[in-house]
Ligand binder design. Structure first.
Ligand code: GLU
Length: 423
């Protein structure tokens, strides 16, 4: 695979801790004593998942659910199926969810789960068995008021449907609010599938205005062409930008006149990757990072933008569709070189925001129209990015540090006001 989370010895948990170190000096005195609560995970569960494969053999998989912080409400965060999943990665991803839900002011804490598995190697029946066993193993830790999983890399609405069904079977009644990102007729929400890519676009357009970057005719390069990357690509193309390069786990394609996004979506649907797309040339994976581009959208895995790659980037704006795609040292290089980064905890928060809407709809058994959902999503994200922009101007810091200041103040204020049990 060309995209690996473990490339260049990237330790996502260490990267997260560095981000917390960087924000600490900006936090008020009264909440400083609580900052260590961000540097640990509240609760972590590792589960063994023995699965009977289609050929009758038994394989063991390892699964995780980590609740990083619950100061502001139930845990919230996706479930990742990927061969690189391990405890450290899930801890980091859960911590980024804590920051993300707080940055958007959603009434949740942060959690994440995953299984170390390549889902493309399993049959649909094996995947269903794995998902059901995983749900039953993490069952004691999840629930609509406790911790609410959702899709992430390698999972989808069908998998969320199986999770909801398994949890409901154990409880003896239907509990739609236990997971979000479900199929529509199982209590899912309109607009959820496209929400993350939409949020990347919305925050990107707002920040582009602030840095006087016109979207029309600008060159966009995208890493990852799944749920997030392909929707962001579509929206940027609609707004008049040219998608000049796309990289995924099969390779990298380039066309300086622009790649037609809907055509590429159809091609990827049938061919399982961008490699071989006829209306573009194939280039090496490393060349991707040095291409002429205005906007770079990393929408795959963490650890992709190293200091070295950042040094040669021509992009003026980076939109983090993925979680944790930028090394802290690369953040420094970008700041120095005047490259603006819209950080993951704001940029890709469209997904969890519509997950919140889905949860609210499930709780009230009253469902909204797609227009209503998109309108609320756009408003929330535009306000959130405006607050982050303002904070970064006031404090003369990066947008990432600004987002962390806003989020950490909310989390630590909640911790302070709750007090520490047993007191
Ligand atoms: N996995 C997504 C994320 O990283 C969505 C999480 C959710 O909807 O709870 O933000």
């Amino acid at each position: 695979m060309s995209i690996s989370a473990n490339a260049s010895k990237y330790d996502p948990w260490l990267a997260y801790l560095t981000q917390v170190e960087r924000v600490t000096p900006y936090l008020g005195k009264s909440i400083q004593p609580y900052v260590n609560t961000l540097k640990v995970a509240k609760r972590a569960l590792i589960v063994d998942l023995p699965i009977v494969m289609d050929d009758g053999s038994i394989r063991h998989f390892e699964g995780y659910r980590v609740q990083h912080n619950l100061s502001r409400g139930p845990g919230k965060g996706g479930i990742r199926y990927h061969p690189d999943v391990d405890l450290k990665e899930v801890m980091a991803l859960s911590a980024w969810m804590t920051i993300k839900t707080a940055a958007l002011n959603l009434p949740f804490g942060g959690a994440k789960g995953g299984i170390s598995v390549d889902p493309t190697e399993l049959s649909a029946r094996e995947l269903e068995r794995l998902t059901r066993r995983f749900t039953s193993e993490i069952g004691p830790l999840i629930g609509p008021q406790v911790d609410i999983p959702a899709p992430d890399v390698g999972t989808n609405p069908q998998i969320m449907g199986w999770m909801m069904e398994t949890y409901s079977s154990i409880k003896g009644h239907t509990v739609t609010g236990v997971v979000t990102g479900k199929p529509l007729h199982l209590g899912g929400s309109l607009g959820r599938v496209r929400a993350t890519g939409r949020g990347v676009f919305i925050t990107g357009v707002e920040v582009a205005k602030n840095i006087q970057l016109a979207i029309k005719d600008c060159k966009v390069a995208i890493q990852g062409f799944g749920n997030v990357g392909s929707e962001a690509a579509y929206l940027f193309e609609e707004a008049g930008a040219k998608v000049v390069a796309v990289q995924d786990h099969t390779g990298t394609i380039f066309n300086e006149n622009g790649i037609e996004v809907v055509e590429l979506q159809k091609y990827v649907h049938h061919n399982k990757g961008v490699k071989g797309f006829p209306k573009a040339q194939e280039i090496s994976n490393e060349n991707f990072w040095t291409l002429q581009m205005d906007i770079l959208i990393p929408a795959a895995l963490e650890g992709q933008i190293t200091a070295e790659r950042a040094q040669n980037l021509t992009a003026k704006l980076i939109l983090e569709g993925a979680n944790g795609p930028t090394h802290p040292e690369a953040d420094d290089v970008c700041l120095e070189r005047g490259i603006t980064i819209v950080p993951d905890v704001i940029c890709n928060a469209g997904g969890v925001t519509v997950s919140y809407f889905e949860w609210v709809q499930d709780m009230s058994s009253y469902f909204w129209s797609e227009a209503e959902i998109n309108e609320r999503l756009d408003k929330l994200m535009i306000n959130a990015i405006a607050d982050v922009w303002q904070k970064s101007t006031d404090q003369d810091c990066s947008l990432r540090t600004a987002a962390y200041i806003l989020a950490c103040e909310r989390i630590l204020k909640a911790r302070q006001e709750r007090g520490i049990f047993p007191g």
